[in-house]
Design a protein around this ligand. Structure first.
Ligand code: ATP
Ligand code: MG
Ligand code: MG
Ligand code: MG
Length: 564
């Protein structure tokens, strides 16, 4: 690319309305321009970076066996009524009408559409597992769009959805996606952390978020210095990601048809489901249930218990908890016992929780469950919403550190929630219809661009990790208008670097060196090579890596070494 034929439009001024450094630098570099609140145009420069990120994401998704497709961004109301989310999704859902008064929304996410596709396309278990993905524009009417493309209303997401016969297959693909995400963020050169996460409006059981660590991050994440425990502190609880062990023979399913599901009860109370079900302490023994949660969440648990007719449900006293767990006073983050427990269905709040033993199937419970043997080990339930640096880790190992993070990816095990609502079934080997299990996996492609800058900048501008830089190398020509020999040498070098497969830009605009270098640094090109009359005389090029303090004069062989 020749910069004289490109559109580069940089600025020295720090825009007054941009609070975080990535937003400031993206505006100064001319990568994005605001159209309206939360709506941005990606300039040719910005788009180059966005496409690089997209490319890495696409490669790793393909490598992990996902298959690309493209769904409409406009989605019909009727489909969203089938899952109940036309009402439930809330204010982020942008609702629109067509000329015939037909109602639609601009897709904030695609569970409905992809499950509709799947229910029509997938007939047999032999077509499973399958993992569909797309890279596409989403719209969420965020209350407070801010920080440029970091929290925009229209943004680019990679979203994948996997379909399975059975939970075990889902867990395998979930793990494959988790690993693919780790590869993506590693390849992009980002410092990141995977943490346990709440399942939010999307719903489901297990979930992890991937956070780019940065002080400007909107999320606080807690992680232990003594174990691999890590969670978003917006969580009321966290279940550590240990392997799910096979259910043993001692674990027996018991029919409890009188049971009210947590969904029914939550609906009655008009409270959000996720928090409630998952923050419930999942322990029932000797006729009482421990609610191992703090703060207002406990209230929901009590209300739920009463409504469900669990009359003698009460909150355990701290002394009881202590006696039960033998842990320190004041610390409710427990370690669930590794000895066998019996879930007493008619007395247990466990009867209402998704995650809880047995409640995965409506009207059933499990007895004879041993946490260590039958469930993720160690199972951890804790409220870390008010956690501070130095608190004991909920898994009992080490103390908590708190860091700020930017959520760039999120993986969920959805289970059968959407497939059930939309009646997405396949025939199993016996010819019986089975509701599919689903996973969903999102990456904020456009947010990554901003998040990367939050980790990679200096006083002169952006310092892109090489895989997402708009170009790898800038060849800068000093005084092109008056020095044909220099132009010729620069052109030759430019051609050779391109031949070698490097993504090169040549700055042939004829700007003063200071201004030219300022631009190249601001837009964050990893390698800068200056071709000047003086250099030609001594047979050298002036080379500087973006983060280096000084330039070096290198002959051609040495230069090629630097450019790798
Ligand atoms: P957040 O907590 O930041 O609002 P989310 O949990 O609502 O994000 P998900 O539904 O998990 O988002 O969507 C998948 C990914 O899409 C997120 O991990 C994030 O990287 C990206 N994303 C979500 N909302 C936005 C937004 N408003 N602007 C840019 N990217 C976003
Ligand atoms: Mg959100
Ligand atoms: Mg989130
Ligand atoms: Mg999320």
């Amino acid at each position: 690319m020749r910069l004289s034929q490109f559109h580069l439009n940089t600025s020295k001024e720090t825009p007054a309305d941009a609070e975080v450094v990535s937003h400031q630098l993206m505006l100064r570099a001319g990568m994005i321009r605001k159209l309206a609140a939360g709506l941005y145009t990606w300039s040719p420069l910005g788009l180059r970076v966005l496409r690089k990120v997209e490319g890495v994401v696409r490669e790793e998704m393909n490598r992990a066996g996902a298959i690309e497709m493209l769904m409409p961004s406009i989605q019909p109301r009727e489909l969203w009524e089938e899952t109940g989310r036309w009402q439930k999704f809330g204010g982020q859902l942008l609702k629109i009408k067509d000329r015939k008064d037909g109602e639609f929304c601009y897709g904030p996410t695609h569970e409905e559409v992809v499950t509709d596709f799947a229910r029509n396309e997938l007939r047999s278990y032999k077509q499973l597992p399958v993992n569909f993905y797309q890279i596409q524009t989403k719209f969420r009417d965020e209350i407070r769009p801010r920080f440029g493309v970091m929290r925009a209303r229209e943004f680019l997401m990679k979203d994948a959805y996997s379909f399975h016969l059975g939970a075990e297959s889902l867990r395998q693909t979930y793990q494959a996606m988790y690993d693919a995400y780790a590869r993506i963020f590693t390849r992009l050169g980002l410092k990141f952390r995977a943490v346990n996460a709440d399942t939010g409006a999307i719903g489901g059981s297990a979930s992890h978020e991937f956070h780019v660590l940065a002080d400007s991050g909107e999320d606080a994440i807690a992680f232990s210095d003594g174990s691999d425990y890590a969670a978003n502190v917006e969580m009321a609880e966290a279940v550590s990601p240990g392997p799910r062990l096979a259910g043993s023979e001692a674990m027996r399913e018991v029919e409890t048809p009188w049971q009210r599901t947590c969904e029914e009860v939550a609906k009655l109370l008009d409270i959000p489901l996720q928090r409630t079900v998952k923050s419930v302490a999942i322990m029932a023994e000797a006729g009482f249930v421990l609610a191992l949660v703090r703060g207002d969440h406990v209230v929901n648990e009590i209300k739920l218990a009463k409504l469900a007719g669990l009359a003698d449900y009460r909150l355990a006293t701290e002394a009881e908890i202590q006696a039960y767990l033998g842990s320190e006073p004041g610390f409710l983050g427990p370690v669930l016992p590794a000895r066998p427990i019996t879930v007493i269905a008619d007395r247990s709040v466990a009867a209402m929780a998704d995650f809880v033993v047995g409640a995965n199937r409506k009207g059933y419970h499990l007895t004879g469950v041993n946490w260590g043997r039958d469930l993720p080990e160690p199972a951890v339930v804790a409220d870390i919403r008010n956690a501070v640096e130095g608190d004991p880790s909920p898994d009992g190992r080490g103390t908590l550190r708190i860091a700020r993070g930017i959520e760039v990816g999120h993986v969920f095990q959805l289970g059968q929630k959407y497939a059930e609502a939309l009646k997405a079934t396949v025939l199993d080997a016996e010819g019986k219809a089975q509701v599919m299990h689903m996973g969903c996996y999102g990456i904020g492609v456009s947010r990554i661009v901003a998040a990367a800058i939050e980790q990679n900048f200096d006083a002169n501008g952006i310092c892109w990790p090489a895989p997402m830089a708009p170009w790898q190398v800038a060849v800068c020509i000093i005084n092109p208008k008056n020095d044909p020999a220099v132009v010729e040498a620069a052109d030759a070098l430019y051609g050779e670097l391109q031949q070698a497969g490097l993504d090169v830009v040549i700055d042939d605009r004829g700007l003063r060196p200071g201004v030219m270098f300022g631009d190249i640094e601001l837009v964050g090109i990893p390698h800068r090579v200056v071709v000047s009359g003086r250099g030609l005389e001594s047979g050298t090029f002036e080379y500087r890596a973006r983060r280096a303090a000084d330039s070096e004069n290198l002959d051609k062989a040495a230069l090629w070494k630097r450019l790798g």
